[in-house]
Design a protein around this ligand. Structure first.
Ligand code: XMP
Length: 508
């Protein structure tokens, strides 16, 4: 285990991920964790993350310097490196100009950290403060034109620090450096693998649940599907999955979920499909405001789920598909609510259960997918693009009606079919949305006054920012042609070429 001590940097999760890519298990913990708790976890190494502050500020996140004495190797990154320097008696200063972006660093390749790294290596810098003087006992192992201490170490005490960010891709040999820290310095064994994680988790669940009853709300998305299969493998028929079809799923999706998890599928579990389309449509009638729609869908989802749960009666455990990014909270700063992204408006009130099980709590999204493959879940489910909880409800601008759902489902289906046929790759998310706009067209010799469908496709790494994808023109024109010909009620197709920001990925 390697602990990533989070000082509020924007790459904290990325660091944990890169460590796990070396088959070493890593956890992100807040800098407020006590030294006792850290020691109790018995880590092989600790990584201090970056952070937005200056070490001299009074309210800056800090840590007691006794952590440097417990004999566990530490790697400080950016703010973490400055904190190490500052706490151990070095000097940190503010540069007149920030160093930002790709920067060549001259490194000492005799350092364990830089073994096999080029003497001049390109790294990613993003800082204003810098280490002006290394603490006593430290050797400077890297510098740039502007930064006298881009890397330093006290090899005897196993303390290492780098001003740049080895975890980001722009640091060309960054992964090598992290690898060196983990294996040369921390002496990690590198035996954390997905198959063993899956096996151990299933065994742990089996032991915990005993002969108890388990209930799972299955959405058909990647997370809940992987969680459900893990539970099914652990306790079989003691698990009941409730799948609420809210009528806002993509075309055929309900049947696809049923084919995998239902009685004809490969898994041994109880599957209940609730066809609640009409209920949702009637609740949504006349509602046009996006957040109001989200709220209604979220609440109704819980009500339907509760009703099913009541029929089942008391259970011992409720399964949640929570994943690691949902769990980690840096606790620093609070951003504005642009959209309330929660699929369900919290936990159901009236479900009678004793405890929650979250088998994916420690996994990143790509690890969840790996676990899914390991469990034998079909690839089309595992690599499914993200789909919002409120579903097509937020891809229909304005009021939702059954007929509009049909239009957007059919248009989206054609779009996905043609993208697959053309083998377009690298798309983060793509879908059709129904604008609330109607315009004049001509079909045969008749005037039409029908809806415009918008096509969206984005490339994105984290869904926080996104670029509009450049879908080949011939693919777009085939899609547009098919939609206006095959989908009744549409006479115009538009392509959304906005990036996020200022637009968002979804339309509402
Ligand atoms: P936006 O539209 O905010 O979307 O750029 C970013 C990512 O979040 C998804 N999204 C949602 N997911 N409930 C969800 O579970 C929601 O209400 C919701 N709204 C947006 C969106 O599909 C994209 O992947």
């Amino acid at each position: 285990l390697v602990l990533v001590l989070d000082f509020g940097g924007q790459y904290n999760q990325l660091i944990a991920r890169r460590v796990r890519e070396c088959n070493v298990y890593a956890e992100v913990i807040p800098y407020t964790t006590s030294l006792e708790d850290i020691k109790a976890k018995n880590p092989k190494g600790i990584i201090f993350t970056g952070g937005p502050n200056s070490v001299y500020k009074e309210d800056s996140p800090s840590y007691d310097k006794s952590i440097f004495e417990i004999g566990v190797p530490i790697l400080g990154i950016c703010y973490g490196s400055q904190l190490m320097a500052y706490k151990l008696g070095g000097e940190v200063a503010t540069a007149p100009v920030s160093e930002y972006g790709k920067t060549d660093v001259e490194v000492d390749t005799s350092s364990l950290l830089f073994e096999g790294v080029s003497a001049t290596t390109t790294t990613w810098m993003s800082h204003t403060d810098y280490i002006a003087k290394a603490p006593q006992g430290f050797k400077i192992t890297g510098h740039t034109g502007n930064c006298p201490v881009a890397a330093m170490e006290n090899a005897e005490k196993k303390l290492y620090a780098v001003q740049f960010h080895p975890e980001v891709m722009h640091s060309v040999e960054g992964q090598k450096m992290l690898h060196n820290f983990l294996f040369n310095v921390c002496k990690c064994t590198g035996d954390w693998k997905m198959d063993s994680f899956v096996e151990t988790t299933i065994a742990q669940i089996r032991e915990k649940v005993g002969d108890g009853k388990v209930l799972c709300a299955l959405s058909g998305g990647v997370d809940s599907s992987v969680a459900a299969v893990m539970l099914a493998k652990a306790v079989g028929k003691q698990l009941t999955c409730v799948f609420v079809d809210h009528g806002l799923l993509r075309k055929n999706e309900g049947d696809e979920v049923e084919a995998v998890f239902g009685p004809d599928g490969p898994y041994d579990l109880n599957f209940i499909r609730v066809n609640a389309q009409e209920r949702f449509y009637s609740k949504l009638a006349g509602v046009t405001e996006p957040e109001a729609k989200r709220k209604i869908i979220g609440e109704e989802f819980i009500r339907v789920f509760e009703e099913e749960a009541k029929k089942i009666g008391a259970v011992d455990y409720l399964v949640q598909g929570t994943i690691y990014p949902d769990v980690i909270e840096s606790g620093l700063g609070k951003s504005a609510t642009i959209k309330s992204h929660h699929n369900v408006g919290g936990l159901p009130d009236y479900v009678d259960f004793k405890e929650i099980i979250e088998p994916l709590r420690m996994l990143f999204k790509d690890e969840v997918r790996k676990a899914g493959l390991e469990l034998g879940i079909p690839e089309y489910l595992v690599y499914r693009q993200p789909f919002p909880g409120p579903g097509l409800g937020i891809r229909i601008i304005g009021e939702v009606t059954a007929d509009k759902v049909r239009i957007v489902q059919d248009a989206d289906y054609i779009y996905r079919e043609e993208i697959a046929k053309a083998g377009v790759e690298g798309l983060g998310q793509y879908f059709a949305a129904l604008t609330n706009m109607r315009s004049v067209g001509v079909m045969g010799d008749e005037r039409t006054y029908d809806y415009a469908v918008a096509l969206r496709a984005v490339c994105t790494a984290d869904f926080m920012t996104a670029d509009c994808a450049q879908i080949p023109w011939d693919v777009l024109s085939t899609v547009a042609n098919r939609i206006v010909n095959e989908v009744k009620g549409v006479n115009r197709v538009l392509y959304d070429c906005t990036s996020k920001p200022p637009a968002t990925i979804e339309f509402e």
